[in-house]
Every structure is written in C-alpha cells, then in structure tokens.
Design a protein around this ligand. Structure first.
Ligand SMILES: Cc1ncc(COP(=O)(O)O)c(C=O)c1O
Length: 372
C-alpha cells in the first residue's frame, strides 16, 4: 500500500555512512568520520557524570516542557523561558513548524542548496518548495525576497548555510526583514551559531525579540557534541509556541537528553575549546587548499565545502577505501566538491595527507607546524 499522494515526491533522507558499516565493508580497524558535522572532541566530560543522577528514573516519563533545561538555557541566552521550545533535535522543531503552519498548496522559500529538511517538511505537508539559487555559495536574499508572495508562509534561512558554510550579515538580514510581508514566518536556522567568529554575524535572538515573525533554531548536536541524544530548540514568540504545542508529542525530548543538555550548557569552557579547535582546523584546511590552488567556500561552520576538480563520488570512494568518510557534493548539487567536517588536528592532517595522494598533490608535510 502506498502512502499519501503528497508523500510520493518526498525523498528519503540519506545519512552519512555509519562508521561501523565502513569498518565492516572495507575490513578496516580504524575509520575516521568527517561526514555529518559531528563534534570530533565529543562532549563535555560533565555529561557522563550528570547522567548518573538519572539512573533511578528510567521507568518514568520525562517532563515534556523540560523545565530545568528551560530555566538554565533562558538564563544563558538572557531571554524569558516561555520563548523556548525543545525538540528531538532541531529536526523535530522544523517538523513541528511545518505541521503547525503549512496547509497543502502553501509555499515556503529557501536557498538552493541548503539543509534538506526544509524542503522535505514542506513537501510532506503538501506544500511547494520555492528554491532560490545561492550566489557563490551565499543566500541570495534579494532573490528570496522577490520570491515571497501571498501563498508564502515560511522563509528558511540557514545561517551559516549547510553545506557551504557561508553566512549572511546582520545588515543583510535587517534589510531583508523589511521586505518580508506580515503573513510570512522567517526561520533562522543557527545550528552552527556557536562556531561563528565573524563579528558581522547577526544576533538572531535579538531579531526574535524585535519581531514575532522570527523563529531561531539552535541545537545541542554540534558544538555541545550531544547528537546522539537528539535535542535542539527554537526561540520564538510564546504565541507561536502555543500553536506548535498542539502538534508536539507529549514527551518529545527524553530525560537523558534534557539532563545532558543542562550539563553541556554548564561547561562553556568546553564550548570555547571546540570553537578554538575548529578555527585552527579551518585555518589549516584553508592554508593547504590555497597551496594546492583548490577553491573552497569561506566557512563559519564546523565543515568546509571544497572543490576537488574531480568527480566527487570518485574522491568519496577513494577516501572511503582509506577509512575516511566525508560527504560527496554530488547529491548536494556540487558534482566536484566534497564537504568535510573539521576534525581534530590529527584527523585533519590525516585527511589532507590521504586527499593529497588521491588528487596527486604534494603531501601536506610542508604545512606550517610552527605553532605545534
Ligand atoms: C543547518 C542544520 N539544521 C538543523 C540540523 C539538525 O540538527 P539536529 O541534530 O538538532 O536535529 C542540522 C544537522 O546537521 C543542520 O546542519
């Protein structure tokens, strides 16, 4: 039996290849996964300890509203707790936004190429995804504003954008917001916000406080290193949360996830360490790619989209055989690019060494190591 008619065009999500599968397939003992923008440093050591406190409560449902986490996060973000809504990953917040606000035939506007869940959720609801091509990897906000019409309900802005890593500035966002009609919600997906170092990056939460049409999405999956727990959040006008609570599953964020997020939040030294390590890693990649004369998009995230000037699927396969999992740009719409998550320094050097061999480039031994 087939699913609903609106589902027939909905693609099934293709995750990065799991580590265990690659080990089995290629008979490798050691595999490095730089494919899903996970945190190579893991999570705060405090998380494990905090989870012990939950041992006696496995038989109990969690509190659906995550009150302790809500209070701590509200204090951290300096906002009122009633502006926060949690999800089983920010993926689930995207789902709840679609469930709540989209009717069949509604349009949502997004970049082409960007994070795929915006389109998928729009299609699931029987809506139409209007995709506006990036300009040199950056959101074309003018083009996106021009695509808004009376059928548009949501515009999705991924900042920094996955997979290009590029960002839009505060100034660009402010001028875009002036062109957004009152019936359109603006979702600012800031999954990689904590990695951003560019001072022109807009403060999405400030936009939320100014404008009830804006929703900011953040996650504990990236810099907090808690992807396994599935927990993300939205910051928005409490009236939007009230509507979205109608579609929220009663216990959508599990007990361990709530506890782990509190522990992660309390360790901002770990967050800083991850941001610094990521910056050093990005600088290493950029320096080496410049030496090889290969182009890449300037990234504010924890990943980099680089042009290998070869068939990206072939580069992907060759790396896989060496025990390195990355993302081919082919399904992302960049046939010669690969997207690589920034790893530890050791992982980054190993990756660049393997890539040099595959692309016939000089080995990265001549990378500046003076700061080691
Ligand atoms: C831009 C963007 N938004 C949302 C997500 C989903 O994150 P979560 O793990 O919180 O569901 C990701 C994950 O890769 C992402 O890249």
């Amino acid at each position: 039996m087939k699913g609903k008619a609106t589902l027939q065009g909905v693609p099934v999500y293709q995750p990065g290849k799991p580590l265990e599968e690659v080990k089995r397939e290629y008979g490798l003992d050691e595999v490095i996964k730089l494919a899903s923008n996970e945190n190579p440093l893991g999570c705060s050591p405090n998380v494990w300890e905090s989870l012990q406190a939950e041992r006696d409560f496995f038989a109990l449902y969690p509190e659906g509203e995550a009150p302790l986490l809500k209070e701590k996060l509200a204090a951290h973000l300096q906002i009122e707790p009633q502006r926060l809504m949690f999800g089983n990953g920010s993926d689930e917040i995207i789902q709840m936004i679609g469930r709540t606000f989209l009717e069949p035939g509604d349009e949502t506007v997004m970049a082409d190429i960007t994070f795929p869940r915006y389109k998928t959720q729009t299609l699931i609801e029987g809506g139409k995804a209007v995709e506006v091509p990036l300009i040199e990897g950056v959101h074309d906000l003018e083009g996106m504003a021009a695509a808004l019409n009376e059928r548009t309900r949501i515009v999705w802005i991924c900042n920094p954008n996955n997979p290009t890593g590029t960002m839009i500035s505060g100034e660009e966002l402010t001028s875009f917001m002036k062109k957004v009609p009152p019936h359109v919600l603006v979702v600012l997906d800031e999954a990689y916000e904590e990695y951003v170092v560019d001072s022109n990056y807009p403060d999405g939460i400030h936009e939320v406080l100014k404008d009830p049409r804006v929703i900011v999405l953040r996650t504990f999956s990236k810099i907090y290193g808690l992807a396994a727990f599935r927990i993300g959040y939205g910051v928005m006008d409490p009236r939007l949360i009230q509507e979205m609570n109608r579609v929220r599953e009663p216990f959508n964020v599990n007990r361990l996830a709530q506890r782990a997020a509190v522990a992660g939040l309390e360790d901002q030294d770990f967050v800083k360490k991850c941001r610094d390590t990521n910056r050093e890693g990005l600088a290493l990649f950029e320096k080496q790619l410049n030496k090889w004369n290969l182009s890449y998009f300037p990234s504010q995230g924890n990943f980099i989209l680089m042009d290998t000037e070869r068939d990206a699927n072939e580069v992907f396969q060759a790396l896989l055989a060496k025990g390195m999992i990355i993302r081919s740009g082919v399904p992302l719409g960049y046939p010669t690019h690969i997207r690589v998550t920034i790893g530890t320094r050791e992982q980054n050097l190993r990756f660049l060494t393997e890539l040099a061999q595959i692309l016939d480039k000089p080995a990265p031994e001549d990378v500046d190591r003076s700061h080691e």
